[in-house]
Design a protein around this ligand. Structure first.
Ligand SMILES: [Zn+2]
Length: 200
């Protein structure tokens, strides 16, 4: 799923792939400000990797502690988010040899539950790279793969119904810059589950 056809609004998805950088705290603080101004929780889908949680416990807790202003949908983004710079896509990310996709998914779910956070039915493939087999494994676990038709740092233009993609892990400042302007515009940001139900 990259977008919703019959909806007036957009979905903001923020990837937290493993990273040694600081997360985009200024951007998240803008979301809090907008939420306070509009007196409405700001809905975001956070595609979270287990390794990011393990390496950023303070930032993860900060997100949880601000759930009175942020309506967070936790999207599973695998645990290890494997990536090899020199490998072709068909043997990279979760398609890498020896990756157990079920373990990757369940480890992150378990970590979320250990922090009293409820995983959603959504999953985002690292690198947005998948094949028929991995999608089937995902569906067997009752999960829905989430893509994007508006990856901001790649220059894709968001439109009504778009699932907008940015990175909150410090790895893609270009996307954060565009998104900072976008969220102040008069856009009806919606929780990701509306993309399924088509309401509003
Ligand atoms: Zn990622």
């Amino acid at each position: 799923m990259t977008h919703s056809d019959d909806i007036k609004g957009m979905f903001l998805s923020i990837d937290l792939c493993p990273s040694t950088r600081l997360f985009e705290s200024d951007f998240f603080r803008i979301l809090l400000t907008v939420a306070n101004e509009r007196n409405k929780k700001f809905p975001i889908a956070i595609a979270i990797s287990g390794l990011w949680i393990s390496n950023h416990p303070e930032e993860f807790n900060w997100l949880i502690n601000n759930k009175k202003s942020l309506d967070i949908t936790w999207v599973n983004h695998s645990f290890n988010h494997p990536y090899f710079r020199d490998k072709p896509l068909n043997e990279n990310f979760l398609l890498s040899p020896r990756v157990n996709i079920k373990t990757e998914i369940l480890m992150t779910e378990k970590l979320l539950l250990q922090h009293n956070q409820v995983p959603s039915i959504f999953f985002r493939f690292p690198g947005l790279v998948s094949n028929k087999i991995t999608v089937k494994e995902l569906n067997n676990l009752g999960l829905i793969p989430i893509g994007s038709n508006a990856w901001l740092a790649k220059g894709e233009q968001p439109k009504s119904g778009s699932i907008v993609l940015i990175h909150g892990n410090g790895n893609e400042p270009a996307g954060i810059k565009i998104a900072s302007k976008l969220i102040n515009r008069n856009i009806n940001w919606l929780p990701l589950n509306y993309a399924l139900s088509g309401s509003e």
